[in-house]
Ligand binder design. Structure first.
Ligand code: MTE
Ligand code: MO
Length: 201
């Protein structure tokens, strides 16, 4: 009897998870590292975060100022275009809303820019209203450099290439301009639930 009910619970758990895995994805327990180049190591004294582009006045935070902003713990599923998904990842970060409050703008898009030159584009809407963070912690620890430390963009509802590692700022714009992978054929938007992997998907 107890054996049967254990099996039943096991199946139910799997069904519960499968509703959280977008089409074409498989679950991983580990945390793969995917970087298009070497891991930069910017000392925290030289680190800053800037909102620039089409804003009336750019705004910059030093690491100390950034770390003094209100932060939150975020538990989210993440989905990489190379087909792995990881459930319930736990991050610490500052909401992008908190940062955008500090600039006057009329923009509809952003390009995240990073140490090492990586960029990625997103609609402003997709980094607003509690949908995106600048994360500096993972699993209760400072974010590992390989995973984007000291800080990365976290936009869990889009494919993970949008979650720019080693992020140093957001450039606001009226027009949607492709970032690094988007210029090489990745989808401009990248919704994992609609399998928007590449141009034309
Ligand atoms: N700066 C930067 N950010 C990046 C990348 C990169 O190469 N450089 N790769 C992207 C891709 S394709 C993915 S899947 C995730 C991988 O994050 P991870 O290495 O922490 O798993 O980071 C994204 N952010
Ligand atoms: Mo990726």
């Amino acid at each position: 009897m107890s054996f049967v009910s254990r099996g039943f619970q096991g199946r139910r758990r799997e069904e519960g998870d499968s509703g959280r895995v977008p089409p074409g994805q498989y679950l991983v327990e580990d945390f793969p590292v995917l970087s298009a180049g070497p891991t930069p190591h910017t000392p925290l004294e030289e680190w800053s975060f800037t909102i620039t582009g089409e804003v009336s006045e750019p705004k910059t935070w030093t690491w100390e100022e950034f770390h003094g902003l209100p932060s939150e713990t975020i538990t989210k599923d993440i989905h990489c275009v190379t087909k792995w998904s990881k459930l319930d990842t736990v991050w610490e970060g500052v909401s992008v809303d908190t940062l955008l409050e500090e600039v006057d703008h009329d923009a509809a898009y952003v390009v995240a820019f990073c140490d090492g030159g990586y960029t990625t584009n997103l609609p402003l809407e997709d980094v607003s209203d509690g949908k995106a963070w600048i994360a500096f912690g993972y699993d209760g620890e400072p974010l590992d450099p390989e995973h984007g430390g000291p800080a990365r963009l976290l936009v869990p509802h889009l494919y993970f290439w949008k979650s720019a590692k080693w992020v140093r700022g957001l450039a606001l714009a009226e027009q949607d301009e492709p970032g690094f992978w988007e210029a090489l054929g990745y989808h401009m938007y990248g919704d994992p639930w609609r399998e928007q992997r590449y141009w034309g998907d």
